[in-house]
Ligand binder design. Structure first.
Ligand code: ADP
Length: 655
């Protein structure tokens, strides 16, 4: 069963679709506002600044390190010099001690009588071996390299080394200065590479004075190699230079007899003359020297085949020997120390820089995040303001629309009331033909009965006359009833909505439609129960609906042989359904959807206004009821009026 029901849409009827669209759009935009994009922050430029500052600081640190390095190296070098000055002092003391100890020996030995005797009698075969052996023993006791005796010509006549291959005996040392010095009466001292032994040594000599004459010279040679062995144990190098700048002693073997600094021409001549050193070995050491601090230190840089070697040099004097003793401490540890210190400082600086950079970076990020948040908040606020303004506008629009709707509804209600009235008048017009037929018949009968009554009275047949008058009275009652219904129908309904007895209302409608039903020769099946059923409605308006439905049914069955209208009633769950069914052609496809639209009609012009169902629909709706139209499965149209069930008014009062 198809049904055409109410016309209300899904959403509130007072808000237009356009307004809804606007509201929804603004809401979705509002939602969209949450996805604000984070503004492009100046992080990048700030980071670039940070990077350049970092780079600058790093460059500055490196520069400072470069500038600081020489000073640092210098101070470490001075510290090393200070440390090694004690070693130098010790070396000087030892050397000086050794020389001083040996210095007195020749003079003491020269006083030996055996030596004087031997000088007096050099060919004494008995004495010579004795003296030789005595000298050998003496050398051993004194721990000196050699002790020997020369005659006045410089010829060695006895020596401690008499037994060895390198015996001095028979050799002449007149060219040595120590000999000449001693012969002249002083103490001879000299250092040289031994021409016989090939060993470096320090020579001391003293004259042998026999009576008043100097008959010979006693010489003592001490070996200084042990000092070199001691010095070799330390990292520092010790050099001993003589007045000619020749390195005579050093733990660096390769430096022996090298000159350190310029050598005078005269000095070279002396060396050649005295056969002091092998002349071929006298090569200059190339070194760059520079003063270091004010403690008398210098830096010495040797450039040779194996690279550059730098040393810290300090020098002490052994005045008696005319020697300068220098200690050369390697500069490398100072350089390493300076570099290490700087590296540590740089690393520390770098660490501090990195920590500062990290803190700065964090601050930049934090600031940017705050700025971004602030911006987003401001933007959101602006959007909220915009939305609020839009919503205000929308609200105003809605309010205007609501007002308009209210006005339109009032207008509609007025129009509806007028239409109800117009509908009633139309129905009245339709009915007038039937009514005039209804009224004419009884009127004609009344006239006939009245004439008959007059005739019977004339003839004195009173009883028949009375019967006729009674019939007249019945006829007028019937006419009065019709006219009463019409009056009710035509009057603008003032009836209130409330409980109405449905049976009585249907009876009134049937009575009203009686003449039309009779004229159409239609049969009316009234299956309504006689029980006292009350529904919520207005008596006159409900009657109008039923009249209208019966009228439509009669219209629809115009071409039907034996028209039939069935009225039935059903009660379910507090609702009453009154059904009006005919056996006409039923509702067309168009009528099924539009029957309740105002002015929808399939009837010929002048016969239908298309208002009946529309008015009826609104009337039933006013009662909180429903009017529906459908086709009955067995043919014909079926209209259902659904209303609220109610208690009888007296019961309501009783309650
Ligand atoms: P009107 O009767 O003036 O045409 P209504 O609003 O009462 O106006 O009816 C509208 C239309 O509904 C009718 O023209 C008709 O086509 C259709 N209609 C109403 N009642 C019936 C019915 N019982 N059987 C078939 N069609 C009907």
């Amino acid at each position: 069963m198809k049904s055409a029901t109410g016309r209300n849409g899904a959403h509130h009827p007072l808000v237009s679709d356009a307004a809804w669209a606007h509201i929804l759009a603004s809401m979705s935009e509002e939602h969209g506002a949450r996805h604000l994009s984070v503004p492009t922050s100046p992080v990048r430029s700030k980071s670039a600044r940070l990077r350049s500052v970092l780079g600058g600081a790093l460059a500055l640190m490196c520069l400072a390190a470069l500038l600081a390095y020489p000073r640092l190296e210098r101070s470490y070098a001075i510290a090393i010099g200070d440390r090694d000055s004690a070693t130098l002092e010790l070396a000087v003391q030892n050397l000086r001690g050794a020389l001083q100890r040996a210095e007195v020996l020749p003079a003491l030995l020269a006083e030996r009588a055996s030596i004087a005797r031997l000088l007096r009698d050099p060919d004494n075969a008995g004495l010579l071996p004795f003296v030789n052996e005595q000298l050998r023993q003496t050398a051993l006791w004194l721990d000196v390299s050699d002790v020997y005796v020369m005659d006045a010509t410089g010829l060695t006549i006895a020596a401690s080394s008499y037994r060895t291959d390198r015996s001095f005996v028979g050799r002449n040392f007149a060219y040595r200065p120590y000999f000449t010095d001693a012969l002249a009466g002083g103490i001879g001292r000299f250092h040289a590479l031994g021409t016989t032994s090939g060993e470096r040594g320090y020579f001391f000599a003293a004259p042998v004075i026999d009576g008043t004459a100097t008959t010979g010279v006693v010489a003592v040679k001490i070996n200084l190699d042990d000092f070199e062995a001691t010095w070799a144990e330390s990292a520092a190098t010790v050099i001993v230079q003589d007045m000619a700048n020749v390195i005579f002693l050093s733990d660096r073997q390769d430096w022996h007899f090298r000159t350190f600094g310029p050598m005078a021409e005269a000095a070279l001549e002396t060396i050649v003359a005295t056969r002091q050193y092998p002349v071929a070995a006298l090569r200059s050491l190339t070194a760059r020297r520079a003063a270091l601090g004010n403690a008398g230190y210098e830096t010495v840089t040797f450039s040779n085949a194996d690279g550059r070697n730098a040393y810290i040099m300090q020098t002490g004097l052994i005045a008696a020997a005319g020697w300068r003793v220098s200690i050369l401490s390697p500069l490398a540890p100072a350089q390493v120390q300076a570099a290490t210190t700087l590296a540590i400082a740089l690393l520390f600086g770098l660490f501090v820089l990195l920590v500062a950079a990290a803190i700065w970076q964090r601050r930049i990020q934090l600031e940017d995040r705050l700025a971004a948040r602030e911006e987003a908040r401001a933007r959101l606020e602006m959007r909220v303001r915009e939305r609020t303004a839009e919503l205000d506008t929308t609200n105003m629009l809605l309010r205007e629309q609501v007002d308009e709707r209210v006005r339109a509804e009032a207008q509609l209600r007025r129009t509806q009331a007028e239409l109800v009235q117009a509908g009633k008048l139309a129905a009245l017009g339709q009915m007038s033909a039937a009514l005039s037929h209804e009224f004419n018949q009884p009127l004609a009968a009344v006239k006939a009965y009245a004439e008959n009554a007059a005739t019977f009275l004339d003839r004195g047949r009173e009883a028949e006359a009375r019967e006729n008058i009674r019939l007249i009275s019945t006829m007028t009652d019937r006419m009065a009833a019709i006219s009463k219904h019409l009056r009710n129908f035509a009057r603008r309904p003032q009836d209130k909505t409330g409980p109405v007895p449905i049976r009585a209302v249907v009876d009134d409608a049937i009575a009203l439609m009686g003449p039309r039903i009779a004229a159409a020769h239609a049969r009316l099946h009234d299956t309504l129960p006689d029980a006292d059923l009350w529904v919520i409605g207005g008596r006159v308006r409900l009657q109008q609906v039923i009249v209208n439905l019966i009228g439509n049914a009669l219209d629809a069955m115009e071409g039907v042989d034996q028209p039939e209208i069935t009225l039935s009633l059903a009660v379910t769950e507090g609702r009453v359904k009154l059904m009006v069914r005919d056996i006409g052609p039923g509702l067309s496809e168009a009528a099924l959807t539009q029957a309740f639209d105002p002015f929808f009609t399939t009837k010929a012009p002048g016969q239908g206004l298309g208002l009946g169902l529309s008015i009826s629909y609104n009337i039933v709706r006013d009662f909180n009821g429903r009017l529906t139209a459908a086709n009955h499965p067995e043919g014909g149209a079926l209209f259902t009026v659904e209303l609220d069930l109610s208690n009888a008014p007296d019961k309501i009062v009783a309650q």
